[in-house]
Design a protein around this ligand. Structure first.
Ligand code: SF4
Ligand code: SF4
Length: 160
């Protein structure tokens, strides 16, 4: 009886779609790097990944212009992925140190940080330009800064 149950399960399994995600290629390429180079040259296409679920925490984007320089993200970041730039009173995010916890996004009072759906982030150079976020342009959810606020924040503190 047990053998029959086992055979039934095996047969069913044979006709099911694989549970694993066939990504980035349907069949394992001899070299993943050469395959990705060919993708970049648009010679081949990536086999699509699974649908990204809502609330996915991928690469961070940063709206530098509307950032008020409050440093809350810098203080809350558990991995020191956020660096404070005192001269400019802005931040930058080093993605190779980020653990994608989204605490910085949650704490930002003006929504100038957001997580995207981008997840292909491996690189030989952990400080490659695309992995150090300096300015991603205006984000749809950012609270825009008034010009007067921006000028006040950028003034150096008065000497006593
Ligand atoms: S997502 Fe988490 S680890 Fe990454 S920069 Fe924000 S606070 Fe730091
Ligand atoms: S990104 Fe947000 S939390 Fe971080 S310094 Fe700018 S305004 Fe403050």
């Amino acid at each position: 009886m047990k053998m029959f149950e086992a055979a039934k399960t095996i047969l069913k399994q044979l006709f099911r779609k694989p549970a694993t995600n066939i990504f980035p290629a349907k069949y394992a390429p001899a070299s993943t790097l050469s395959f990705l180079d060919r993708v970049a040259r648009q010679e081949v296409k990536l086999h699509p990944p699974v649908t990204i679920p809502p609330g996915f925490r991928g690469k961070i984007v940063y709206d530098r212009e509307n950032c008020t320089g409050c440093q809350q993200c810098y203080r809350v970041c558990p991995t020191q992925a956020i660096e404070w730039l005192p001269e400019e009173k802005k931040i930058r995010v080093v993605i190779s140190r980020c653990c994608f916890c989204a605490q910085c996004v949650d704490v930002c009072p003006v929504n100038t940080l957001a997580m995207t759906e981008e997840f292909l982030l491996s690189s030989y150079d952990k400080y490659a330009d695309e992995l150090v976020i300096i300015d991603s342009g205006e984000l749809p959810g950012s609270k825009k800064r008034k010009k007067s606020d921006a000028t006040a924040a950028e003034k150096p503190p008065e000497q006593s």
